[in-house]
Design a protein around this ligand. Structure first.
Ligand SMILES: C[S@@+](CC[C@H](N)C(=O)[O-])C[C@H]1O[C@@H](n2cnc3c(N)ncnc32)[C@H](O)[C@@H]1O
Length: 252
């Protein structure tokens, strides 16, 4: 079984594929200053729940890009059922390969998927080309809750940074960190438990599947990882980045 098949199983019973909530995603839309007719591009859009919420709440149009065919199919079905297919387009592709019209968007987002551009700073670098001069960026990202992360876990999670580092990367790319919308422990527990629920349901429904052991091992290791390290050391937040220019080179 391929990685994306396991992702499809573990994310089967959720619409927001991140430790967040409808209210927090709408709040991000407010902070991105979304308004009727704005164009938004969302990299790693999953089942397009953020784009759907922003289309319903603010009247945006947009494009969502995701590599996973199952998520793209779910996104398109959802858009059809909500009558939003003419306003939101879904492109099934690796995000880094998608050629967008530069400067054509009012906001660009990447919620929990900065690995598609190989990291937080690289994601800002890629996304800032998509927006016009006053366009804002929205990024959902992990961060270290502590400066003393267990070395075994720190070695595994080489792309996670402290928030002070994220702020510095943001400034280096010509933006300021304008707003933080932080995931709570409840948000983490909902996201991770929804994923266990999907995996356990699949294991119950597929007692003789040839890949059952692989899925079972994935479930166990994901659960151990969360309970042993992730819950204690890793935070997650959505950041709104504003394009404020400074003449000073001050850094934190
Ligand atoms: C944690 S989920 C977030 C989904 C969505 N942003 C949300 O908040 O519901 C990460 C998403 O990145 C997608 N993804 C992984 N690698 C990708 C790539 N190279 N290009 C585009 N999407 C990718 C996955 O399929 C998945 O939908």
């Amino acid at each position: 079984m391929e990685f994306f098949d396991i992702m499809g199983i573990s994310h089967r019973y959720m619409e927001i594929l991140n430790p967040s909530t409808l209210e927090k995603i709408i709040k991000l839309g407010t902070r991105l200053k979304l308004k009727k007719g704005d164009r938004v591009i969302d990299f790693g859009c999953g089942c397009a729940e953020p784009l759907v919420l922003w289309a319903e709440e603010f009247g945006i149009t947009g494009i969502g890009i995701d590599i996973c065919e199952e998520f793209c199919d779910r996104a398109r079905q959802k858009l059809d059922s909500k009558g939003l297919s003419d306003r939101i387009e879904i492109v099934c592709s690796p995000a880094a390969d998608y050629v967008f019209e530069e400067g054509a968007f009012d906001a660009a987002t990447c919620i929990g998927a900065t690995f598609v551009f190989s990291g937080y700073q690289q994601t800002i670098r890629a996304m800032k080309k998509a927006v016009h001069r006053s366009g804002r960026l929205g990024i959902g990202e992990t961060y270290w809750l502590s400066n003393q992360v267990h070395p075994e876990y720190a070695q595994k999670q080489t792309t996670t940074h402290t928030e002070a580092e994220l702020a510095r990367f943001t400034r280096d790319e010509g933006f300021e960190l304008e707003y933080i919308i932080r995931a709570s422990y409840d948000d983490w527990d909902r996201y991770i438990s929804d994923s266990w629920y999907g995996l356990i349901r699949w294991l119950e429904e597929n007692p003789n599947h040839p890949d059952r052991e692989q899925v079972f091992k994935y479930f166990r290791s994901d659960q151990d990882d969360y309970l042993q390290f992730q819950r204690q050391y890793m935070g997650w937040a959505m950041y709104c980045l504003a394009p404020i220019k400074s003449h000073s080179t001050d850094s934190i």
